[in-house]
Design a protein around this ligand. Structure first.
Ligand SMILES: [Zn+2]
Ligand SMILES: [Zn+2]
Ligand SMILES: [Zn+2]
Ligand SMILES: [Zn+2]
Ligand SMILES: [Zn+2]
Ligand SMILES: [Zn+2]
Length: 340
């Protein structure tokens, strides 16, 4: 029975009648289809559903009938409420044509008096002893077709008209001379099965092409993902490297500014001291010359004048501005900053 999960709705996996077959060959129940969003697409493979209502026209008769048969099988195995559908005695047989349980007496009547010899009724005990697959095999494939003409319902269909592509009973075939050429219905169903088998084989080859494409696309996606990841990492590393370089340059430049400032300050204060000293010497010289002029004796002029004269002449030779670097020279810093 686990092999028969496929007979349920492919959307909700529930056992429900009214299974619809979509053009993509997925099978969905009416519940799934009516809740389906967006309307007009198979929820499993996105193939368009041509009907405006979003509900396909075609029933999955195979799965619906298999579900019905599974229900019968379970009922037989369960053994509860197994009554003859005619007289409500204990049901002993199952006729898959009439879809009825029969007691032994009704079974005999069914076989003889109702002329249903072609109906193959199965013993309930035999069904119970076998698997669902056995049940299907015993009651399944060879069930009789009924004529599409409603007044021939009880007629057995055994003929296929190739012209109108329909199954016919003997009466139809004899009454209407338009029908031809005929063939046996069994050979037609076999031909149709083989046709599907051939198409399926061709599709298998096509499928390997699609699978190769699929694998290729997957590879491409993986490759793209990896390339992007590597590029992101490369950018991150390079930026980190550059930030490091710039930080080092920052430190060096700040160091340069600091050192320049220190040197400038020292030179400036030395120069200040020098100029201050010169000014004081000049003041002293002026004062001494003034006092010499006012109070010196001739003897004192003779003794001191050469010495004073030398000192004043030396003062005259002193440069007005000292020899020192431009204070706080930031030219190099500015150039290196520009080059960053
Ligand atoms: Zn469903
Ligand atoms: Zn689909
Ligand atoms: Zn009965
Ligand atoms: Zn029957
Ligand atoms: Zn007919
Ligand atoms: Zn015909």
């Amino acid at each position: 029975e686990d092999d028969f999960q496929f007979i349920f709705c492919e959307g909700c996996q529930k056992e429900l009648p009214n299974l619809k077959l979509l053009t993509c060959l997925h099978t969905l129940c009416l519940d799934c289809l009516s809740e389906n969003k967006p309307i007009g697409q198979c929820p499993l493979c996105r193939t368009a559903i041509p009907q405006a209502s979003g509900i396909p026209d075609v029933d999955n008769l195979l799965f619906t009938n298999l579900q019905a048969r599974l229900k019968i099988y379970k009922k037989v195995v369960g053994g509860v409420d197994l009554f003859c559908d005619n007289c409500k005695k204990a049901g002993e047989f199952w006729c898959s044509e009439c879809k009825e349980f029969l007691c032994t007496r009704c079974f005999e009547a069914h076989q003889r008096y109702l002329k249903m010899e072609s109906h193959k009724a199965t013993r309930v005990i035999d069904i119970r002893a076998g698997s669902f697959k056995d049940f299907l095999k015993d009651t399944g494939k060879t069930s009789n077709l009924s004529c599409s003409n409603p007044t021939h319902k009880s007629q057995i269909v055994s003929i296929y008209c190739k012209k109108c592509k329909r199954a016919l009973c003997c009466i139809c075939a004899l009454l209407d001379s338009h029908h031809a050429p005929f063939c046996d219905i069994r050979s037609e169903t076999q031909r149709r099965q083989e046709e599907l088998g051939t198409l399926s084989q061709e599709l298998k080859q096509k499928r390997s092409g699609f699978e190769a494409t699929y694998a290729g696309l997957k590879d491409e996606a993986t490759w793209l993902e990896r390339a992007q990841r590597e590029m992101r990492e490369l950018i991150r590393q390079r930026v980190e490297q550059l930030v490091g370089l710039i930080r080092r340059e920052e430190e060096e430049l700040l160091g340069l500014v600091e050192a320049g400032q220190e040197q400038g300050r020292r030179e400036l204060s030395r120069e200040l001291e020098r100029v201050e000293g010169v000014l004081r010497r000049m003041e002293a010289g002026e004062r001494l010359v003034e006092k010499m002029n006012l109070y010196a004796t001739e003897q004192e002029v003779m003794d001191m004048q050469p010495f004073i004269k030398d000192s004043l002449e030396e003062l005259l030779q002193l440069p007005v501005t000292g020899d020192r670097a431009q204070p706080g020279d930031l030219t190099e810093c500015r150039a290196r900053l520009q080059a960053l």
